[in-house]
Design a protein around this ligand. Structure first.
Ligand SMILES: Nc1ncnc2c1ncn2[C@@H]1O[C@H](COP(=O)(O)OP(=O)(O)OP(=O)(O)O)[C@@H](O)[C@H]1O
Ligand SMILES: [Mg+2]
Length: 280
């Protein structure tokens, strides 16, 4: 089982869009059993995959979320049916993801993640790795994809500690491109602090227009900078209104009638699987 985090300290660079669509393509086109973990308190990945009423039902019937991985103290659950009821913490082995279809599962995010004290020194940043170890033993999944928040936080550290690889979606804008060197510094510090054998799976240019000078400049920078040379995916996620329109619809790129975006997701997924050694 391989674990990949999609990370960037910049907001709005398509981390969520790319992570859920690559996960979907891995499960649909490559028959891999995929678990998506929504580690962002904004829980956009969850909102993109699960309809609001199904999510509320999941929570009200005691379904698990990422909060169950991090929270080891009793808490109170508000419900429209039962009012307020206490919830005891769950053993990590018992945290159950939601089944989205036969090959794709989601450990949903939750706004409650904001409530947790994630300050350093609590040791909570290790809990996701411990959870991943329990599912590794179960052999239920071939791949775990983690969508992360756009801030260097304990959540991002938790994702990196739990991962074998990180993938960086980058928007072809001058500040976003040079920003990934700052990201690399942050990642290196986490790698050193926790002695991680974490590898960069690559950089994907996103929301891109290949005709623009900023795109060509971004390609040039990534292809010549010492660390990033050879790490740029050949295929970029192009800027498409068809993709922007998917927000809040629980539809994925492979469900659209946009051949360009579908091909981009298929190619990016294939490249990721090749780098992971899961595809020739
Ligand atoms: N290929 C695309 N073409 C056009 N718009 C896109 C594309 N991919 C993503 N977007 C839009 O860009 C915005 C940011 O995307 P997304 O939420 O995936 O980014 P993010 O990096 O996860 O953001 P955050 O940092 O808030 O988590 C969204 O409005 C999304 O619909
Ligand atoms: Mg996001």
């Amino acid at each position: 089982m391989k674990v990949v985090s999609f990370v960037n300290m910049k907001g709005g660079v398509a981390k969520t869009t790319l992570s859920i669509n690559v996960a979907d393509c891995m499960s649909r086109r490559h028959e891999l059993k995929v678990l998506i973990i929504d580690l962002d308190p904004q829980f956009n990945a969850t909102q993109a995959l699960v309809h609001g009423t199904d999510y509320v039902k999941h929570i009200e019937t005691g379904g698990h979320t990422i909060v169950d991985v991090f929270d080891d103290t009793p808490r109170v659950q508000a419900s429209s049916v039962n009012g307020e009821s206490p919830i005891e913490p769950v053993e990590l082995e018992q945290v159950l993801p939601m089944k989205l279809n036969s090959n794709m599962y989601l450990l949903p995010g939750a706004l409650d993640l904001y409530r947790l004290d994630m300050s350093a020194g609590q040791g909570r940043e290790h809990r996701l790795k411990r959870y991943i170890n329990t599912i590794k033993d179960s052999e239920l999944f071939d791949i775990v994809i983690i969508d992360t928040p756009p801030t260097p936080s304990t959540w991002m550290s938790a994702a990196l500690i739990a991962s074998d690889y990180y993938l960086v979606p980058v928007k072809p804008e001058p500040l976003s491109v040079t920003g990934i060197d700052l990201l690399r510094n942050v990642i290196n510090r986490v790698k050193e602090n926790y002695s991680l054998a974490l590898e960069c799976l690559g950089v994907v240019l996103t929301i891109a227009d290949e005709r623009e000078t900023v795109y060509k400049n971004a390609v040039h920078y990534l292809d010549s900078a010492d660390f990033w040379k050879g790490k740029r995916f050949n295929k970029s996620l192009l800027k498409r209104t068809e993709v922007a329109r998917l927000q809040g619809s629980q539809k994925l790129v492979l469900d659209t009638n946009d051949p360009k975006s579908k091909m981009a997701i298929a190619d990016i997924t294939r490249e990721a699987l090749q780098h992971l050694g899961l595809e020739e």
